[in-house]
Design a binder for this molecule. Structure first.
Ligand code: M6R
Length: 605
């Protein structure tokens, strides 16, 4: 979850590292630090708090040097303090390391190392600096290779030494590391936006890789053998990774949803003929699948939940959904010819990765739906479908959710077509609906001031309940998750019909009840649920169709949504719920892009 960056080149390393750290701050933001080798001396500064606190601390220092590392932390072992902030150093003060992940056997290593080495932090990471020190006579490269053999767990490690100022050594096991290759300069980082301004050429390290990085040469070893890794061209632009005039990334990313939806679907279908195609997918395999399992966490799990309704209704195939952190410990019995779908924005969520490893051998065919090109999950499955949402910097998933749904709707249609469960007229019609979604989302976005007013009215309330029926139930879950994450308000999502089985006990005049209430085949039932809450003085905020005239009599506040066919409602209903969470968070003075305790890419278990 932490953000790490290393730089070697001809420019001032500090400038490039601080720039990179700001781009990585979404990965963790409780403390930060840098180590630079300046005139063969290692200089280190660390600060608890945000990158800005670190910058404040070093603003008057003269720090030169063209080699360095930096880190922004999401604490696992030891509180967010200056002492626990990375980089860590050995006793000689010559070796410095940054780390993302967890060294699981750090305690026993520390007990042994303590006899010879003085520790100055509570972190698991520091043991690695001391381990290297024990082998450093053999040179940094060998010392790292030998030390790696002693540790267990997940890591991305980046190491420098003032005795060898011509190189960075980097190692990956389970936590992401990507190398950015510029002109006589190289970056090594947790994520692409940290160097996108300088280069679009990248190598994604794989588990077990150790890279020896010089400014003009990169060598990568795995199992002591030199290996070649593909250099990829990144399509994301620098502009996409900046706020572009918006007060927050989250709002910018919500506003980008029409584009994200369009970009994700681009080139994948032709509604004139009802054709659907996915690169990197073996369509014939999809034709013969008999079961579907979808695995994901958080918001991606909610996308999976929507997909369950779609797949079962449109394709008639039994579809089960699983939370990554749970299914990884189970022994799931996969049905005949099971298609496994993994959904992950980052492609690095460890719970999802481990869950897939647990069942991959029994998969008939597997597809990853990920946003980050080259990420771990994009390389682990039989096929991959990228959501072309662009970089998502705000910690809350917004535009990537809509892009995941875009892929899942199309995939459901594709499988339904292959299985002859849908006629060509209906396929064309569904594709036409998907085509018009971006313009309908734009209509909702243009009405955002109204949602802001609703946020102003309710931001002081302590609990919110969200309800939906059928395919809109997962949207209630996602609406509640967004509110929790961004505003720290307690919120729960329920199937509207489940309300009377317990949650109704929570209803009083202080609790806003957010209903997704489209005028569809279940409308009357949802209206009954609304009445039940009104009868108990509950506050009603309803999302309903623009053409609905009767809701005014029933709800305290109404968010109108353009009319759309029943199955496609989630694609629109989520937008106002994201906006509502955003405006409530802002009203409460919360840093919505970096809410407390969260990190964008969850690489610990
Ligand atoms: O990168 P992933 O999609 O695998 O991440 C899964 C969850 O950690 C993520 O969706 C999380 O719930 C977000 N903070 C949601 O806003």
């Amino acid at each position: 979850m932490c953000g790490i960056i290393g730089y070697i080149g001809n420019d001032n390393a500090l400038d490039k590292i601080l720039y990179g750290l700001k781009r990585l701050e979404y990965r963790g933001y409780d403390s930060a630090g840098i180590s630079i080798i300046d005139d063969k001396k290692l200089i280190r500064y660390r600060s608890r708090g945000r990158i800005e606190d670190l910058i404040e601390k070093i603003k008057d220092k003269k720090i030169n040097g063209t080699l360095g590392i930096g880190h922004t932390r999401w604490a696992t072992h030891g509180k967010p303090t200056d002492e626990n902030a990375h980089p860590h150093i050995d006793c000689s003060g010559k070796i410095s390391i940054v780390h993302n992940g967890i060294i699981e056997n750090y305690f026993e290593l520390k007990e042994k190392l303590k006899k010879k080495h003085k520790f100055s932090s509570e972190t698991d990471t520091e043991v690695f600096a001391h381990l290297i020190e024990d082998f450093i006579k053999e040179g940094l490269e060998n010392a790292v290779k030998k030390s790696i053999l002693k540790i267990k767990g997940m890591y991305a490690l980046v190491i420098i030494s003032s005795d060898e100022p011509d190189k960075i050594v980097a190692a990956r096991q389970g936590s992401p590391l990507v190398i950015g290759i510029g002109e006589s300069e190289v970056f090594v980082s947790s994520d692409i936006p940290s160097f996108l301004k300088y280069t679009k050429k990248a190598i994604f390290l794989e588990d077990g890789d150790i890279a020896i990085i010089k400014k003009d040469k990169i060598r990568i070893f795995n199992n002591n053998k030199e290996v070649k890794r593909q250099i990829r061209n990144i399509k994301w632009t620098e502009k996409q990774a900046q706020k572009g005039g918006f007060p927050h990334f989250m709002l910018k990313e919500i506003m980008e949803e029409p584009q994200a939806f369009e970009d994700t679907l681009m080139g994948k279908f032709d509604e004139r003929y009802g054709n659907i195609k996915f690169e990197n997918i073996d369509i014939m395999k999809l034709k013969s699948i008999e079961n579907i399992r979808i695995i994901a966490c958080g918001t991606s799990y909610h996308a999976a939940y929507v997909a369950k309704y779609l797949f079962e209704k449109w394709t008639g195939i039994n579809t089960q959904i699983e939370i990554g952190s749970e299914i990884r410990y189970a022994n799931p019995v996969l049905g005949e010819k099971t298609l496994i779908i993994i959904i992950s924005q980052s492609g690095e969520t460890i719970d999802t990765i481990e869950a897939f490893k647990n069942i991959k051998n029994n998969a008939y065919y597997s597809i990853a739906i990920v946003n980050v090109v080259g990420s771990t999950l994009s390389r682990m499955l039989h096929g991959v479908i990228y959501t072309h949402a662009g970089p998502e910097i705000g910690v809350a998933a917004t535009k990537t959710f809509i892009s995941q749904l875009a892929v899942l709707y199309l995939l459901a249609l594709c499988i339904a077509k292959l299985k002859n469960k849908i006629n060509i007229k209906d396929i064309k019609n569904s594709l036409r609906i998907l085509r018009k979604i971006p313009s309908l989302i734009k209509q909702i976005l243009s009405n955002r001031r109204q949602i802001e007013k609703i946020a102003e009215k309710y931001y002081n309330h302590k609990d919110f309940l969200y309800y939906g029926r059928n395919i809109n139930y997962p949207i209630a879950l996602e609406g509640a998750l967004k509110l929790k994450e961004i505003s720290y308000i307690h919120a729960e999502g329920y199937p509207a019909g489940e309300m009377k089985h317990g949650p109704i006990a929570l209803v009083d005049e202080k609790v806003p009840n957010v209903f997704i209430a489209p005028q569809n085949s279940l409308y009357e039932k949802v209206i009954n649920n609304i009445e039940e809450i009104k009868a108990r003085n509950g506050i009603i905020i309803a999302l309903t169709n623009r053409s609905n005239n009767e809701m005014e009599k029933k709800a305290n506040d109404i968010i109108y949504i353009p009319d759309i066919e029943e199955d496609f409602y989630p694609l629109l209903a989520i937008i106002p719920l994201q906006l509502l969470a955003y405006y409530i968070g802002v009203k409460k003075g919360i840093d919505v892009d970096k809410p407390r305790n969260l990190a964008k890419s969850v690489t610990v278990e």
